[in-house]
Design a binder for this molecule. Structure first.
Ligand code: M6R
Length: 613
């Protein structure tokens, strides 16, 4: 969950380290630090809090050097404190390490090292790594590299590491096992980073390190080898992200920028998947049509917002393909005894492609014989590399911790995939496909329309933001929308929010309703099967003086009688309405958070990508 960067080249490393860390701050932000090889020694600067604190520290105590490593932390072992922030050093202060991941056997290693007189300063799992390397050196490893490899062979768990040795000023080491790490290739300069946006304006190519690989970066090149020392030939990939993709482009936050990017992102995604006859094309699935015709079952697994996308996918796939479809959370699925086999398609949904529970579930499903299809945003991510086929969401970097454009893109991918598979399995006709395609083409404009209601939504948020709690209800396709709206609200505004299936109201949550409780009711499309049911739920809330905020279809006057506030959205086919409706809820959460004065892009206790369990 932490962000790591490193530099080896002919310029001063510090400006890149700070710039790269700023781009990775979404990965963790409770403390930060760097270590630079000054030519004579390792200089370390670190502090608690945001990067701005580290900047202040550097202006008081400047440092320079042609190689360096940096870290922005999301605490796992040990509270956020200066002592626990990275880089960590060995006993002699000659080896510095930054780490993302968890060393699972750290206690055992630490106990052994302490018996060998190593003195630990922090409460982190990471600190065992520099001490282990130091010990391997003491025990006679022929070189620093040999000591590093021997140390890593003893560490269990997950790591992405950047390592500097005072005794080797011209070398930066990097290693990966289960946590993402890339090597950036620039002009006579080389970089390491947790994610491509950190380096994208400085490199012409990247290497995605594989699990169990170690890289040696020198001013004149990079070599990669395995933990047993055997060299490998890494594949160099080009970077086609534009540096502006990682900038705020005039918006006050990344989240607001990303909310506003949705019409463009979805239009491009749709165009990419329509052929010349306006039919849906998904060549990247890499499976024979017969595979889908003979399929029995689909299992969708994901976490957080991506899980809500999975719930939507379950409904739509079930409806359009006739397949038995199940959706589950990665953190639950991995501990089940699922009944899946080679006739089950396993769909993993993840913006980052690095979520630990999703990846563990993928590995379980693979072991049980399933074919793996990923819906993912990050090329080169672990999920992409471990899947048989990938449909990319193609959103560009999503930097705000709260997922927005990745979610609507995941929903759109599920819509495309369900229609495509439905036609292949003869569950829907070509005419029906064309109806869907026409409706899909209207989605970007419909979202644009919602974005233009920004002022109305802000006023509603201003009115309701200061209560202790809010309830979100919806049915069928918009039940996941209710869950997602509540999640957005709680994660960025810290207002307690519950999402519920509206049909469950009488089974408990109706007890919450009083004259103070805002109840967000998603009640679009008067023609939909569940519209009348939603109206009944709203009447129940109204009768108990709850404060209804309705998301309703333009022109629906019946809602006026029940709701205190209404966010009107364009009429959209029921199956696709969540893609539009959720945008209203993203903005509602956004302005509630703004009114409550939170740090919207970096909400407390959260990190963008949850790479540990
Ligand atoms: O990268 P992933 O899509 O796998 O991440 C899953 C969740 O951690 C993520 O959606 C999280 O819930 C977001 N903060 C929600 O806004």
């Amino acid at each position: 969950m932490c962000g790591i960067v490193g530099y080896m080249g002919r310029s001063d490393s510090v400006s890149f380290l700070m710039e790269g860390l700023k781009r990775l701050e979404y990965r963790g932000y409770d403390s930060a630090g760097l270590a630079v090889h000054t030519g004579d020694a390792l200089a370390v600067r670190k502090c608690v809090g945001r990067l701005a604190e580290l900047e202040n520290r550097l202006s008081e105590q400047p440092v320079q050097g042609r190689s360096g490593i940096g870290h922005t932390r999301w605490a796992t072992h040990g509270e956020p404190s200066e002592i626990n922030s990275h880089p960590h050093l060995d006993s002699s202060g000659r080896i510095a390490v930054v780490h993302n991941g968890i060393i699972e056997n750290y206690q055992e290693l630490r106990d052994t090292l302490e018996k060998q007189d190593h003195v630990f300063r922090s409460h982190t799992d990471t600190e065992v790594i520099p001490h282990l390397i130091e010990q391997e050196r003491t025990d006679g490893a022929a070189s620093f590299r040999d000591a590093l490899l021997a140390a890593l062979r003893k560490a269990r768990g997950a790591y992405a590491l950047g390592i500097l040795s005072q005794d080797e000023p011209g070398i930066l080491y990097a290693a990966r096992l289960g946590s993402p790490l890339i090597i950036g290739l620039g002009e006579n300069e080389y970089f390491i980073a947790s994610d491509v946006p950190a380096v994208m304006n400085r490199v012409h190519g990247v290497i995605y390190l594989d699990d169990g690989e170690v890289a040696e970066l020198k001013p004149d090149g990079v070599t990669v080898f395995k933990l047993d020392g055997t060299p490998t030939t890494p594949e160099i990939k080009t970077v086609d992200l534009q540096p502006e993709a990682a900038e705020r482009a005039g918006f006050e936050t990344f989240m607001l920028k990303e909310i506003h990017e949705q019409p463009r992102v979805l239009r491009a995604l749709l165009e990419k998947h329509l052929d010349h006859a306006n039919r849906i094309a998904l060549p990247e699935i890499h499976a024979e049509p017969d595979y889908f015709r003979n399929l029995h079952r689909v299992m969708i697994v994901s976490c957080g917002t991506a899980y809500h996308a999975g719930m939507y996918g379950r409904l739509l796939l079930e409806n359009l393909t006739g397949l038995a479809v199940e959706a589950d959370l990665g953190s639950e699925f991995r501990y089940r005894s699922p009944k899946i086999d080679q006739n089950t398609l396993f769909i993993a949904v993840s913006q980052s492609g690095e979520t630990a529970d999703t990846l563990a579930s993928v590995r379980l499903a693979r072991d049980m014989g399933c074919r793996i299809l990923a819906i993912c945003n990050v090329p080169g991510s672990t999920l992409v590399r471990e899947s048989d086929g990938v449909i990319f969401t193609d959103c560009g970097p999503e930097i705000g911790v709260a997922s927005t454009k990745a979610y609507t893109a995941q929903l759109l991918v599920f819509a495309l995939f369900s229609i495509w598979a439905g036609r292949l399995r003869n569950e829907i006709s070509s005419d029906m496909e064309q109806d869907f395609v026409r409706a899909l083409k209207r989605i970007p404009d419909a979202i644009h329309y919602v974005l233009e209601r920004d002022r109305v939504i802000r006023d509603i948020a201003d009115k309701h933001h200061d209560g202790p709690s809010a309830l979100y209800i919806g049915r069928r396709y918009n039940y996941p929308t209710a869950l997602e709206g509540a999640l957005k609200n709680k994660e960025i505004s810290y207002q307690h929010a519950e999402g519920y299936a509206a049909g469950e109201m009488k089974h408990g949550p109706i007890a919450l309703i009083n004259e103070y409780l805002p109840v967000v009711c998603i009640c679009t499309r008067t023609a939909d099967a569940v519209y009348e049911k939603m109206m009944s739920n709203m009447k129940e809330v109204e009768a108990r003086h709850g404060r209804i905020i309705a998301v309703a279809t333009d022109g629906d006057e019946a809602v006026l009688k029940l709701a205190e506030d209404i966010i009107y959205v364009p009429d959209t086919r029921e199956e696709l309405s969540p893609i539009v409706n959720v945008v209203a809820l993203q903005l509602l959460a956004y302005y509630a958070a703004q009114a409550r004065g939170t740090d919207i892009d970096k909400p407390r206790n959260l990190a963008k990508s949850v790479t540990v369990e």
